[in-house]
Design a protein around this ligand. Sequence first.
Ligand code: GDP
Length: 525
Amino acid sequence: MGLKEEIAKRRTFAIISHPDAGKTTLTEKLLLFGGAIHVAGAVKNNKIKKTATSDWMEIEKQRGISVATSVMGFNYADHKINILDTPGHQDFAEDTFRTLTAVDSVIIVVDCAKGVEIQTRRLMEVCRMRKTPVMIFVNKLDREGKDAFDILDELEKELEIAVRPLSWPIGIGKTFKGVYNIYQSELNLFRPDKQKVTERISFENIDDPELDKHITADLASKLREELEMIQEVYPQFDKEAYLKGDLAPVFFGSALNNFGVKELLDCFIDIAPAPRPVKAEERMVEPQEQAFTGFVFKIHANMDPNHRSCIAFVKVCSGKFERNTYYQHIRLGKQLRFSSPTAFMAQKKEILDEAFAGDIVGLPDTGNFKIGDTLTSGEDLHFRGLPSFSPELFKYIENEDPMKQKQLQKGIDQLMGEGVAQLFTNQFNGRKIIGTVGQLQFEVIQYRLLHEYGAKCRWLPINLYKACWIESDKPEVLEEFKKRKVQYMAFDIEGRDVFLAESNYMLMMARQDFPDIRFHFRSEF
Ligand code: GDP
């Protein structure tokens, strides 16, 4: 098979949701369809539970699980599907954001009773920023939930995207009878007792009186009315709008009962994008280009503290990656080759000989890689990763053991390179400040510094509201600002100027006093 065909059959995506909406369950059902697993319960939820904060073994175990389920590849209906897993816990939201840089589309799972929750909204912001095509699966229809039209309104309003139902529920909770597949004009009846086999009956015409025999006459007339309403309210499904990230097709079902999942999957492989062009600083890179290019979007440290080895996850952006071939590591300016790159097929890791644009390759590493690094066949290219966002929590990090200063430094450098948290160095006094999105990350850092680097750190409080990346068209104003605010200026890990605002008020005043400076809560604008 040629390069073009290989790439055209790939679908690389992430399933995202607020914790408990059913992401793990849906993932598992998709893997069952692909024949990648054979029993339910094989996919472990990599949720890191809040109660686990003091239970380190638990976190280590969870990290193990999350490596195993980081990427799940399988074949289905002549397509190669790569599902990228994302941690549901909000303290690890950055991980999820970065994973979203490596996907070509996204499926969002929403609980039909809870509707759009906070984590879903945040993740959608990133999708919107990147114009990632999004499909929505409204889950748990076997339970009582909100009215389907209300859910659509809520999705549209809360996620700020136009929606178009492609399937429609018949009843809900106790009265849940099935879904009408609008995309295929097909009625799917739900039998809660028969978990996997669902009955599919095609109806050319929804007015067919046969329909009344399969569901009650009442439900049938309600369905007809609602479908009519959908036709009136929502324009015809526009695939181009979906691919541009302007429109989200919506499906209803129950992941647990494997109901409505196949409809989602079949439509997904039909309409979801194959690998898309990726923007590098220099130019747009097309997946079908012959020369290999890729970037590191995730680094996972090994569990074994005696071997400080990691796996760098590389998204192949163009061409074909091959084992034992020299590639250019752009940041280091060095040629590297890999003798045991791994493919992720469902839950197995296996050595791969080649991988194509759209695939994820795992490279065993001992410190060569940082998040965002570019690999190419030789061309000088820099893929743009995701910008850094202002952390929510800040603490000074200090050395507890004077004999281990070097180890601490190295540990901090590597953990930040992995993207565990963000480091800011105060320009005035050189003190190091770690910023995170959640308390759990501080605990993970402290634990890992000790166990992987033998370095002890302590945290000291610092009163900060936000980190702001600053820019101005007037360099002299920027210089003046930096001089005036020197105690509050820091460098981020890439040496960019960051203003550390103690409070919203302080930020407001700075904005007022320096109208020529723009303050951003993220590092790229
Ligand atoms: P995640 O946190 O998003 O990965 O959610 P999980 O897949 O772990 O699901 C959370 C809980 O919801 C589990 O107890 C599932 O069994 C349950 N669940 C998932 N899908 C459904 C569904 O369709 N109906 C019902 N009733 N429960 C579901």
